[in-house]
Design a protein around this ligand. Structure first.
Ligand code: AMP
Length: 412
């Protein structure tokens, strides 16, 4: 069976077509600048056909889906003969609110419930719905599944998800901790559990999804019991452009300083803060490490390199905050069996892994410096001698989780 995985943003749409008998990718790509001039990059993976990478008019998500289907089935760039070879579609949906605690088959009732979640994710849900509606129009007879970023965190106990604000906002307006990156935390924690012997019961794991967006999860017995992101993906550790947790009064203070609206002040926290806010020139960790005089291939300082102080500070603030949450989650879990690093930075930055773990030496977490410096795109055990917990680097695969959930629902 083939499953098309769709991740629709407001002006972009990423896709991967999986053959789920082998779990191999047949083709992948992305539509960009939807609603503007439009661009499609399509890469066949299962054959030697060429990459398509050109501007193409994409006024709406409907044209984007039509262009994707045309490429997937074309003689020149295709990997399947016709549309009927797409057996199901899995959609990444950012927010499932209080209603969705697992993936669901999409029908009219689910779409109505998603519309109810718009207030919790006003930028993301409308974009996800545009992707869903466009696919339903192009493929009316193909079953579609919604896979939620929030679902894995539905096991978080009340003590961790209720905010200490007037309770009516939870009861009447659904304001609570939801958490995000659920498919990633679920995927890498399952692999860590396998490595620990395969039995989830009794396991205590902290997963660090460190990418442009970053979040940590505390996972006990295979279930999320706390996570750093909140009602939106702004809370928690500092990120590429997002501040993470700060004193909420800062919003009011920035609005007064800039003489701007609260919404514009929130934009500062969402788009101009995090490591970009401190360093000022880039949100990309490769740039920031390089500016801080680090050799990104092994995470070591380059001899005689200039060190940009703000770049070094941005890395320090980031690793300090991540280490601080790890410490607090060891309390939440009552111990630790495995610490997992994943996503762009977690998988690829020996420097950041070392900077975080060196702050955890005092509580007995140690990494093997030699293995940590190796960069491979596969599972890596970087645990050091006498460490109280295993430390793993595990590449995440959110699209594969979406494709697996889709198959499980449409063809159990
Ligand atoms: P993601 O959102 O998971 O794609 O992660 C993107 C982040 O990973 C960006 O900040 C990249 O700079 C970072 N990243 C990717 N490769 C490396 C690397 N070799 N060293 C440091 N950071 C990296």
């Amino acid at each position: 069976m083939n499953v098309l995985v769709i991740n629709a943003g407001s002006s972009s749409l990423k896709y991967q077509l999986f053959n789920m008998d082998t779990e191999k990718i047949l083709a992948k790509g992305n539509c960009d600048r939807i609603g503007l001039d439009g661009h499609l990059k399509h890469k066949p993976v299962s054959n030697d056909k060429p990459v398509f990478d050109s501007p193409i008019p994409l006024p709406t998500h409907a044209e984007a889906i039509a262009a994707v289907i045309a490429k997937l089935t074309s003689d020149e760039y295709g990997v399947i003969d016709c549309l009927s070879e797409i057996n199901a579609v899995g959609h990444r949906v950012v927010h499932g609110g209080r209603k969705f605690s697992s993936s669901v088959l999409i029908d009219q009732e689910v779409i109505a419930a998603l519309e109810d979640c718009i207030r919790l994710a006003p930028l993301h849900i409308p974009a996800n719905l545009m992707g869903i509606n466009a696919c339903r129009e192009s493929m009316p007879n193909v079953p579609m599944v919604a896979v939620f970023d929030t679902a894995f965190h539905h096991t978080i106990p009340e003590s961790a998800y209720v905010y200490p604000i007037p309770y009516k906002y939870f009861e009447e307006n659904n304001i609570r901790r939801y958490g995000f990156h659920g498919t990633s935390h679920r995927y890498v924690s399952a692999l860590a559990i396998n490595e620990l012997g395969g039995n989830a019961e009794g396991t205590k794991i902290i997963t660090c999804h460190l990418g442009n967006g970053a979040s940590l999860a505390a996972i006990k017995d295979g279930m999320s019991i706390d996570t750093t992101m909140g009602v939106t993906p702004l809370e928690g550790v500092p990120m590429g452009t997002r501040s993470g947790s700060v004193d909420p009064s800062i919003v009011d203070i920035i609005a007064a300083i800039e003489n701007c609206s609260l919404k514009d002040a929130m934009d500062v926290l969402n788009k101009k803060s995090g490591v970009l806010g401190i360093y000022g020139k880039s949100s990309d960790f490769r740039d920031i490490e390089t500016a801080a005089g680090i050799d990104i291939s092994n995470g070591n300082p380059k001899p005689d390199a200039d060190v940009d102080k703000k770049a070094a500070l941005a890395l320090d603030v980031f690793s300090y905050q991540v280490a601080k949450f790890i410490g607090s989650y060891i309390v939440s879990l009552g111990g630790l069996d495995a610490l997992v690093f994943t996503a762009g930075i977690g998988e690829n930055s020996p420097y950041i892994r070392r900077a975080i773990c060196s702050r955890l030496n005092g509580i007995g977490i140690k990494i093997n410096e030699t293995v940590n410096a190796v960069r491979v795109s596969e599972f890596l055990d970087i645990t050091g001698d006498d460490s109280i917990a295993k430390v793993f680097t595990i590449p995440t695969d959110e699209e594969l989780v979406i494709a697996r959930d889709t198959i499980e629902i449409v063809a159990p």
